[in-house]
Design a protein around this ligand. Structure first.
Ligand code: ADP
Ligand code: MG
Length: 475
């Protein structure tokens, strides 16, 4: 018996309808049009790429269950995306995207050492009370090697990542430290390694975590008297990926605990992957013994992509989004947006959005408008002088007062805020910031940054200062 698409889809819908809220059903399922069924494959049409992504992210499990009920266990879903206003076409253009069926990555079971089995081991990711130690990898399957475009700027890091992914713990790249400026792909590459390891070695326990979250978990474990559980938990991981380790700077307790975890993993042939916005030599306030560990393996830099790589990245993204764009426009974007990949993607996204919202075509005029606006917004480099002016004016004092040696509390605070913003918004070193803001040394600046961080957390009024100044300095 051959089934026709509408019947299959109607059956699916009636199942789906029973399992989600009416509003969600209306928004996400009513607009879907069944197109055809062949064998176990159902093709449906969705109104946009965004729509497709949303379905894949939020409803993939439900869709699968519904489909399997109708078409059997090998059921597959193919989306057709109607491109409302793709470049230079009068009739709507259609792209086909197979359901990734990737998400979610399987959860991982680990065997717990005997002496620990007697009692419950706390998984810092889980609300206490759950018995089984199940570890979600926390990986984003879309950040994979296939979507990470290769170029001169990332070749070393990418191939080192590949090598590690193929033989986790078995190369001399342990730890593998990926470093580079913001938006250059550190997080993406770190995930890609993890995703590939999960693909190749399903039984390895992979864990991705940001340094921030790691720190928070550690603090919680100290508060809850579960520090040992915290350590044991991390020592069970086969592949530990810690993002943005520069965040650990100045956090001695977290560094200590990480040092122990690191040693244990390393000695047992487990893989550690780290990312950082600086090379180890430039890291500040990281304990020497930890820094020396970082240098054991390989430090690979992600550099700003060159013109050719920027073109490839743009083309790759267009291809994945099913959008066509004239070459000269792609080149114009690549020529003018040089800073990093995130900004490159940002411009492309607003270009596509502008074109489709306003039913415009991708013209040179449109691209110039968007790129110019973008460049203007980011070019306005903030100088330390400017920061001092803005902060003084905000607190109603002159710059000389802000820089003076006085210990009056409100002046000290203003000075510390200026230092904090100088650190946050310029590339200047601590020493150079100190010398420009009242001839102080780097330790004073560092202290200022920490004080501001602390006060922002504990003092509402102070937090407001920081927010106001952030607004004044960025817009
Ligand atoms: P970082 O962690 O270094 O700040 P991310 O990994 O978050 O940077 O990357 C920023 C954005 O740029 C992400 O959307 C990422 O997918 C994309 N990106 C970075 N490098 C590449 C690349 N080589 N190929 C494709 N996309 C990339
Ligand atoms: Mg990142």
């Amino acid at each position: 018996m051959t089934k026709i698409a509408t019947t299959v889809w109607e059956e699916c819908l009636s199942f789906i309808k029973d399992n989600i809220k009416p509003q969600a059903y209306k928004t996400w399922f009513e607009p879907i049009k069944p197109m055809k069924v062949s064998g176990e494959v159902l093709t449906v049409q969705v109104p946009s790429k965004f729509f497709y992504e949303w379905l894949e992210e939020h409803y993939i499990k439900l869709l699968r269950v519904a489909l399997v009920r109708e078409l059997g266990k090998d059921a597959k879903l193919v989306y057709e995306v109607k491109m409302e206003n793709a470049y230079s076409s009068n009739s709507p253009q259609i792209v086909k995207i197979p359901s990734s069926n990737r998400a979610p990555l399987k959860s991982q079971n680990v065997s717990v050492p005997l002496e620990l089995k007697k009692r419950e081991l706390r998984n810092p990711f889980v609300i206490p009370g759950l018995q089984k130690v199940k570890i979600e990898s926390q990986l984003n399957p879309n950040y994979n090697f296939q979507s990470f475009v290769e170029g001169d700027s990332n070749r070393l890091a990418r191939s080192a990542g590949m090598a590690v992914a193929n033989k986790p713990g078995g190369t001399s790249f342990n730890p593998l430290l990926i470093y580079g400026g913001v938006g250059l792909g550190k997080t993406h590459l770190a995930h890609a390694i993890g995703v590939q390891i999960k693909d190749k070695y399903a039984d390895k326990t992979v864990l991705y975590i940001s340094s921030e979250k790691f720190t928070q978990q550690y603090i919680d474990s100290v508060k809850g008297n579960t520090r040992n559980d915290f350590i044991h938990f991390y020592q069970m991981i086969d592949v530990l990926i810690i993002d943005d380790v520069q965040f650990l700077s100045g956090k001695k307790g977290t560094q200590d605990v990480f040092f122990h975890i690191f040693n244990h993993l390393h000695q047992n042939g487990k893989q550690v992957i780290l990312t950082s916005d600086k090379a180890p030599v430039d890291m500040q306030d990281i304990e020497q013994r930890l820094l020396s560990r970082f240098k054991w393996g390989l430090s690979a830099e992600l550099q700003t992509p060159d013109f050719e790589t920027r073109i490839s990245i743009l083309q790759n993204k267009l291809f994945r989004d099913g959008v066509e764009m004239p070459e000269e426009i792609v080149e114009y974007v690549a020529k003018n947006i040089k800073s990093n990949v995130r900004e490159l993607e940002g411009v492309l996204i607003s270009l596509i959005a502008q074109a489709s919202f306003n039913k415009k075509e991708f013209t040179m005029t449109l691209v110039k408008q968007i790129v110019d606006k973008f460049v203007k917004n980011t070019k306005r480099e903030v100088s330390i002088d400017y920061i001092q002016k803005v902060v003084s004016k905000y607190f109603d004092m002159d710059v000389a007062t802000l820089q003076s040696k006085t210990r009056k509390r409100h002046i000290v605070q203003a000075r510390q805020l200026a230092m904090y913003f100088a650190k946050r918004m310029t590339k200047s070193s601590l020493a150079s910031i100190g010398s420009q803001i009242g001839k102080r040394d780097h330790a004073t600046v560092l202290h200022a940054c920490k004080t501001v961080d602390n006060l922002t957390e504990t003092d509402k009024q102070f937090k407001k200062y920081v927010e106001d100044l952030t607004n004044k300095l960025t817009f």
